[in-house]
Write a new protein. Structure first.
Length: 318
């Protein structure tokens, strides 16, 4: 059953009517194809109008949509001959971050992504996409391996943030994230990162200090969740919508500030309405950037990454 967000209620009602008419039509009682077509056109117009004027808080909700394609959807469609590589060689294998070797077209790559899970069982298994230190140390190991064998690195970001539990802090969560960011900045191979849903806090930038940081049109990227920000500033998570407005966390805001490099379009109504379309878009962009950066040597890639992060924010200040 389709999941509709609060601001999509008019669309939900209209699509409910369409389903009823289709059911009647399938029974052969009425010939209502034209009426269904008329209502579908109206739904399409409503979706275009709604999604062309989303508030930052509404974009947060779209980025968190339970049916939004997650890392495994991209992995299974884009990456061929995937060979998973497990463990950090220190403590355990974190299931919030999955990585391994594979091919995009004819090029071998190292792919690393955050998986939230699609149902209760998988969400518990993947800890809702919130990695512990061993997850970031696994990412470090895989990035260093890619650097050793001159393989481009592709990362998929989708997390509310790093796991904030006591056990994670005991095992050095902050240090693991810092080392992961450092590794991103010092590898001498192309590094492309795509924010496909939520890009939350250090848990996201640990995989996204890249040569190219791409964002899907309705994804978000911020230092803290709107609820967390509101709880700190106003002592109430009910102010999350105001926090989202102030945080400048949308793809459009971040591109304007020079934080990200490109906004990838989503189908009307969000990526969850046509996962195959958005997966194909992401695949084309990854191949484009891999080909672009493959013409640069290791030192040039390092300089490109350093210059990029040092210049962040200047686009919005000019």
């Amino acid at each position: 059953m389709a999941v509709f967000l609060n601001f999509e209620k008019p669309v939900a009602e209209m699509e409910g009517k369409i389903e009823e008419l289709r059911h009647l039509s399938s029974q052969g009682d009425l010939n209502i194809v034209e009426e269904i077509s008329r209502l579908q056109s109206k739904v399409d117009r409503m979706l275009r109008q709604i999604y062309s004027n989303l508030t930052p808080w509404q974009k947060v909700q779209v980025a968190r949509h339970p049916d939004r394609p997650q890392f495994f959807a991209y992995l299974n469609s884009i990456i061929k001959d995937f060979l998973p590589l497990a463990g950090d060689r220190c403590f355990a294998d974190d299931q919030a971050i999955i990585g391994g070797l594979g091919k995009i077209g004819s090029k071998s790559v190292m792919v690393i992504g955050q998986q939230k899970g699609n149902d209760l069982e998988s969400r518990v298994k993947h800890n809702f996409g919130m990695a512990k230190p061993e997850g970031y140390r696994k990412a470090i190991r895989l990035m260093e391996m890619a650097d050793r064998f001159a393989l481009p690195i592709v990362t998929f970001v989708d997390t509310a943030g790093a796991y904030p539990g006591i056990d994670a802090e005991e095992r050095g969560q902050a240090e693991a994230i810092a080392r992961s960011i450092e590794t991103c900045l010092r590898v001498k191979v192309p590094l492309i990162s795509i924010v496909i849903g939520e890009g939350g806090s250090g848990g996201a930038i640990a995989l996204a200090a890249a040569n190219a940081v791409l964002m899907l049109e309705h994804s978000i990227y911020s230092v803290i969740s709107p609820e967390g920000c509101a709880s700190i500033l106003w002592r109430s998570a009910t102010k999350a919508a105001e926090a989202a407005e102030a945080q400048k966390l949308t793809a459009q805001d971040l591109y304007g500030l020079g934080i990200t490099d490109k906004i990838l379009p989503e189908p009307v109504g969000g990526a969850h309405r046509s996962p195959e379309t958005v997966v194909n878009t992401v695949a084309r962009e990854i191949e484009h950037y891999i080909n672009t950066f493959s013409n640069m040597d290791g030192e040039a890639l390092l300089r490109h990454r350093y210059d990029k992060f040092l210049a962040m924010g200047s686009r919005g200040l000019n």
